[in-house]
Design a protein around this ligand. Sequence first.
Ligand code: ACM
Length: 522
Amino acid sequence: MYRRLSVLLAGAALPLALISAPAQASHPAIQLGSVLPAPTEVHPSNTTFRLDSHTVIEAPRSARNVADQLAKALRPATGYRLPVVDRAPHGAPAISLETGHAGARLGSEGYQLDVRKSGVSIRANANAGLFHGVQTLRQLLPAAIDASRRQHADWTVAGGQIVDVPRFGFRGAFLDEARHFHTPGEIKRYIDDISRFKINSLHLHLADDQGWRIQIDSWPKLTKISGGAGTGVDGVGGGYLTKAQYKDIVRYAADRYVTIIPEIDMPGHVNAAQVAYPELTCDGVAPEPRTDTDVGYSSLCIGKEITYKFVEDVIRELAAITPGPYLHIGGDEAHATTPADYVTFQQRVLPLVKKYGKTAYGWNEISRAPAATKAVAQYWSTDTSNADVAAAVANGMKVVMSPANKAYLDMKYDRNTVLGLSWAGFIEVRTAYDWDPGTLVTGVPESAVLGVEAPLWSETLRDIGDIEFMAFPRLPAIAELGWSSADDHDWESFRARLGAYGPRWVQQGVDFYRSPQIDWAS
Ligand code: ACM
């Protein structure tokens, strides 16, 4: 693929000495506010903290998980021991994590970071806030901190205070497992990537026309027939997550304060299910397996009772392995379902999600069904008004904003982008950044918006390198829309912070798109 080739060549052209050159001691510390997403309040002081071989990480037992992750993140590049202790020895330079009584303003995800000469403290009401504070601290250290081998850098952090709280409680990423299957290892790497930007949910699209990607015990042929090799787009790849693998991903995500949201798309996008179980079609005849990228041709049989047995079994089994509050039932592009059948189907299925203790989440078409007022709709339309959505919102429906012409990370950056699609237009970094989830859609006021999600469909994306190239640098734009205050929205500021972030992705081995809109630091 062209993309890979050019990056490999660019990498090879860099003299090795330059990559591993020690940072100059005279480099000023990174400015306190130079963080993605932009923090709520930044109060610089004229002191600094220097991480050194004596530094300890202090945390209560209850925050050990976050402290251990911080130590693991800082040890390779510094080469320091950075022991994690309950209480730092008197006078020892420490990074202290503290939970509880951090103030109501910080809520469950906010944090306060104080950098003094003697040490750094991160305070929060809950571990999620500590984790987000840790991500900020990582960005305040030189980019070399992300190197996997020891660097001789000056690990100085600018002094002062950051008080940081999210604008929205829902800040999501999305991965399409159906069109091309991505392995548990790739999903975990993406979780690592996104959680650096305070993204707190990952929606996994687990079934579509091409393949079925999650073990369902009561319908075993779903994965046996439609989850194997050759079920990816163009017959490339395939696979599925066993329940054990899914649960392991859920745990891995939870350790990073990311909630997994599973999606089974229906009543359309079901060809793979019908290949495995022809009784799910109206005529009982098995359709051909399909690995092309057409949409809108398949539908569950709305009038057959077995349809609802199938749907309930799948929802029950998925709910049982999903601790998070949401279960996504798709609902998009059901062009092979009549409008009346669509509503009939949703009126039965939306309450089934509730029956198994979850809140139904679906693409914005679900708003056509009256039962959707208790659900969450994912707004993927490119229109700035939608009568069904506005009416459902007036009756209580909540919305997550994913407008395809701004938030879809699988759209090409420009006409030269080799990967991705362009049906919703080209999305350069500024297009991804310059919109407001609280005002974009008429009849969807900020009070109805839970947050944002950045979908990444994988018709053209085969592996984690492809995923990262499309996600970065646009994912931080969506993350900032979700986290940072609307008052702080500022393209020039974002552009400068993004440009400064580039060397971190280089250190992490993330092959990102070097948008010409950004002055990338080298
Ligand atoms: C979608 O992009 N079909 C939700």
